[in-house]
Design a protein around this ligand. Structure first.
Ligand code: UDP
Length: 461
């Protein structure tokens, strides 16, 4: 296992981004957490320290937890590509994408890899500690941790609003591992499978960190020099950090539509291009940039390279006149801060940010763009629906497969600066009020307090 360094962050800095009432709520939650968790470490276990929403959130939130005076640690699983192929299938299944049956061998392999992680895990974790296991990859560690007397919470960042056969099969794979958990956390109530007992179920949506490299304010000059320097816009003298495929980098002065995602079919980067191709002539000066991680630098997602290749295939099939305005950017991942600042600059530079996911657990990229007061067009799926009230904080496309609707919504935002400004402003307020650390930390403090109270009232033996 790899131990990830958690750098403490100042809660007062975060409080400075909040309304006075929220800042007070944050201080109260921190004081409560310090008291309840004194002498314990809160551990997170995940599958990667870089790339994707879970890593993003852990870097931010754990820093604030440490800054609040709570001892915290983060461990990353040691696993191989075969393990991640199984867990990627699980991830897809829980999102409702069928991919064959599960075999005893897959169970056995999954368990074997996790078993190898147990001795080191238990070297770090003490019996009074609390462990948060994130997503399907470490789910099989619930049992060994419970056996060692540790409080275990499983945190799912994924889910599907309406179960189908594939999602039911995915849950059945995980169920025997998960059932003993002391608590379950989902981003939406609908995501919980029916066998999760109501008294062990918590609904806690994610949050973003307004002060991270991903979200901190950038001046227009800074933004431009980052994008020129990265080679993401034409005209700079790039130091060669990002790789732009498809059309060469776009000029800085034309409107840019941006989607930032992992190269994952469920993010439907290909569909974004096909929808973009349907924009009306009135907004045809706009360019589109699809930005994702450099695939060779992401360890826990074996499908990334194939999905990027499929996107390039789709790009080649775009009509002339569109193809020249569509860019596929691979952002370097070796330096998370550099990656984050590029995403920040891209999101801020965007005239419109889109998230055309087919399914979505939460969609941090949506909250990130909203915080930056960008007008967003997104599919009305999963947690995106909790973030955007259609027509007020952005535009939702009810059917994620409906390309003409998607194109119409993007065209509305591109063509109407007053609407774009209004949506962007409301979006920022929405994120400030609901998707920052004060709400998030407060909910976790309550969860831990409840679990510890339950444990102390459990009869001995
Ligand atoms: N992200 C990034 N660089 C990339 C692509 C994505 O930093 O090249 C980040 C993105 O900004 C967001 C997270 O990865 O913070 C993706 O989270 P989201 O919840 O949108 O989707 P997930 O990847 O968890 O399905």
């Amino acid at each position: 296992m790899q131990k990830v360094e958690v750098v403490p962050r100042s809660l007062e800095d975060l409080a400075g981004q909040l309304t006075p009432e929220q800042a007070e709520r944050l201080r109260t939650a921190a004081a409560r957490a310090r008291q309840v968790l004194a002498g314990r470490v809160v551990w997170s276990v995940s599958s990667t320290a870089t790339g994707g929403g879970v890593a993003e959130m852990l870097h931010a939130m754990l820093g604030y937890v440490a800054g609040a005076g709570v001892q915290t640690g983060w461990l990353v699983l040691a696993a191989d590509q075969d393990f991640f192929r199984i867990t990627k299938r699980l991830h897809n299944a829980i999102h409702g994408i069928p991919d064959g049956a599960w075999t005893a061998f897959q169970h056995e392999y999954y368990e074997r890899v996790l078993r190898r992680n147990v001795p080191e895990l238990l070297r770090h974790v003490g019996p009074d500690d609390i462990v948060l296991l994130h997503d399907p990859q470490p789910a099989g560690l619930v049992g060994p941790l419970r056996d060692a007397g540790v409080l275990v919470v499983w945190r799912s960042h994924i889910g599907r609003d309406v179960p189908n056969e594939a999602s039911a099969a995915g849950w059945e794979f995980l169920r025997p591992y998960l059932e003993p958990a002391d608590g379950f956390v989902f981003s939406r109530r609908q995501y919980a499978p029916p066998w999760v007992p109501a008294d062990r179920l918590w609904v806690i949506p994610p949050s973003i960190d307004p002060l991270s490299a991903k979200n901190r304010p950038l001046s227009a000059d800074e933004r431009l020099s980052i994008l020129l320097g990265a080679g993401l816009l034409a005209g700079g003298r790039p130091v060669g950090s990002a790789r732009v495929q498809g059309a060469p980098p776009p000029p800085p002065d034309l409107p840019l539509v941006v989607q930032v995602s992992r190269w994952d079919r469920l993010k439907d980067m290909a569909g974004v291009m096909l929808g973009f191709a349907q924009l009306p002539a009135s907004v045809r000066d706009a360019h589109l940039m699809l930005a994702g991680p450099a695939v060779e630098e992401v360890s826990d997602d074996p499908e990334g390279a194939a999905v990027l290749a499929e996107c390039l295939h789709t790009w080649r099939g775009l009509p002339a006149g569109v193809r020249e305005r569509v860019h596929l950017a691979s952002l370097p991942m070796h330096d998370p801060q550099l990656n984050a600042i590029m995403v920040n600059a891209l999101q801020r530079h965007a005239a419109v940010v889109v998230q055309k996911s087919l399914v979505e657990g939460f969609g941090l990229t949506v909250a990130e763009a909203m915080w930056k007061a960008r007008p967003v067009v997104a599919s009305a799926v999963g947690g995106i629906q909790d973030q955007i009230v259609d027509g007020r904080d952005g535009l939702l496309v009810p059917d994620p497969y409906d390309l003409p609707e998607f194109a119409a919504a993007v065209a509305r935002e591109l063509g109407d600066p007053v609407l774009a400004r209004r949506l962007g402003h409301a979006a920022h307020v929405r994120v400030r009020d609901h998707f920052l650390g004060d709400r998030h930390l407060g909910q976790y403090a309550e969860l831990f307090e409840t679990l510890l109270n339950r444990r102390s009232s459990r009869p001995a033996g």
